[in-house]
Design a protein around this ligand. Sequence first.
Ligand code: ATP
Ligand code: FE2
Length: 322
Amino acid sequence: MKCLGIESTAHTFGVGVVDFNGSILSNEKAVFTTASGGMVPHEVAKHHREVCDTVFKKALEKANVKISDISLISYSHGPGLSPALIVGKDFAKRLSQDNNIDIIGVNHCVAHLTIGTLVTDAVDPVYLYVSGVNTQVIALASGKFRIFGETLDIGLGNALDKFGREAGLGFPAGPVIEKMAIKGKYIELPYTVKGMDVSFAGLVTKTKQLLDAGVSKEDLCYSMQEVCFAMLAEISERAMAHCEKDELLLIGGVGANKRLISMLKKMCSSRNAKFYSVPLEYAGDQAAMIAWQGILEFRAGKRIKEIDIYPYERVDDVEVIW
Ligand code: ATP
Ligand code: FE2
């Protein structure tokens, strides 16, 4: 049996095919980008409408399957930008109705977590989920993924992208910042950890001021990474101690960053814990994770009554029934 997943919560429109045994057969996507930075919801939706048929065809071709080989369609029902979510939902609904295939809607953030344990050897880790919108430390406790710590304002990816927009680095800025940081040196920036939570807004404001004052972009890139990543290492370590778990799994688009990976590895090895990071292809938004999450929930008996979107659904709103 095979599931076709559809992702469309934000910048990425993706289609992936995953076998019920966990083999990922294809994972195609098209990503909305702008030189100026920022995402206008209706422009993103327009992009998704333009690319959806092509991405779908490629995903079937790559997986070497026909639509009649698909037993389940899974779409990301939230959280995300409503106009973008609607494109994915409508696409999934049409495929399901035209071909008489079961359909299920899943939470995008939960899918980021479960693809992590599918593609790594992690079993019951503390998850550090760092994407554009989200920065959360999560662990499974009493049947739900609980958020033990999170950003009090913006996600780290957005913080990097905001700085990137000011500095003219384009969108998304994370990968550019990573490259520029190699040539930078350290200057002090605000380090804000409150219990298990972090905050980035003040730091972004400070970097803008320093940029205006003529401080080099490379130094700001380097320092921003050092300070933000150290904050994440601190709260991850605290959550691991609190939950008594000895595995850390890094997920989300910012998880592609090699400096972040090396800092977290060091922290884990100092406490005899195992560190896992999700391979690049599965770190950011894509649809294989949506297909896999659909499989998990469908196999556990979940069926949906309405084909709908939930733009504000949180990871701890979802009952872990699988
Ligand atoms: P969410 O999962 O919360 O909906 P999203 O869709 O924005 O968020 P992802 O695709 O997981 O998230 O991540 C995108 C973010 O990752 C962007 O903000 C981008 O700047 C950042 N990013 C990508 N590569 C790197 C990198 N090498 N270093 C740092 N940040 C990176
Ligand atoms: Fe995401």
